[in-house]
Design a protein around this ligand. Structure first.
Ligand code: SAH
Length: 235
């Protein structure tokens, strides 16, 4: 996806980019390509793919939520910043927290943030299970892309979501995975409100954005230790 198509496709999502935002994304893409030569951050290294499969894909979250109206958001397992860093660049009003257990990725994001002179952005190197001990039910929006299956991910993310806030994972097209997580979501205090289905432009890969509302407190026994989450998935 070249930059013209990127701008055109985003306008269909009602996003208009300023020159400054486009410039920041350009710096991001180039820094990612350079950094990736010595530190493995992403398998996608071609500039047009970065615009489509990382930048555009990250911003499709606006299909689920009006990002101009929220105060804070956490991206769990952000990797090289997807979707959280892209959201921060386009919606600087939001206090964004980027969390990952891989320190190389957090260091990359901190360096990028300095380059872009971003403010009101937090970084956490560590596991989501640990972080939620301190920041339980603190975020309006919790998002995650490509971290784990929805049952596991819900146990990591719903404890962080405020009551009446939303957990919004960006997923592929695995319907079975989504349906089989409903009970777990319910136990964790969430309710699936909507599933938004679409395909990426210029290629046919299918996407599901799941809009999960936090309707009740998460019982304090969750999240369990990671080994337990994996070994005994919630049913
Ligand atoms: N969201 C990014 C990265 C996906 S790779 C993208 O879509 O491109 C998955 C990332 O999740 C990895 O960087 C890994 O370190 C992180 N991760 C997996 N489990 C985690 C956990 N329990 N807590 C924090 N980070 C986790």
């Amino acid at each position: 996806m070249n930059k013209e198509s990127f701008i055109k496709e985003l306008s269909k999502l009602n996003i208009s980019l300023t020159e400054e935002e486009l410039n920041k994304l350009d710096i991001y893409a180039n820094f990612l390509i350079e950094y990736n030569k010595h530190t493995n951050l992403t398998a996608i290294t071609n500039i047009e793919d970065i615009y489509l499969k990382h930048f555009y894909d990250s911003l499709t979250i606006v299909k689920a939520i009006d990002l101009t109206k929220i105060n804070n958001l956490i991206d769990v397992g952000t990797g090289a910043g997807f979707p959280g860093m892209v959201i921060k660049i386009l919606f600087p009003n939001i206090e964004v927290t980027l969390l990952d257990s891989n320190n190389k990725k957090i260091t990359f994001l901190q360096e990028l943030s300095q380059k872009l002179q971003l403010t009101n952005i937090n970084f956490y190197h560590g596991r989501a299970e640990e972080y939620s001990k301190e920041y339980r039910e603190s975020f309006d929006i919790v998002t995650a892309r490509a971290v784990s299956n929805l049952t596991t991910l819900s146990e990591l993310c719903l404890p962080l979501t405020k009551i009446n806030g939303y957990f919004i994972p960006l997923k592929g097209s695995n319907e079975e995975e989504i349906i089989s997580s409903y009970n777990a979501i319910n136990k964790l205090g969430g309710k699936v409100e909507e599933i938004i289905k679409f395909s990426l432009p210029y290629e046919d890969s299918k996407r599901n954005i799941i809009k999960i509302k936090k309707i009740k407190n998460t019982p304090s026994i969750y999240p369990r230790r990671y080994e337990k989450i994996i070994k005994y998935p919630l049913k």
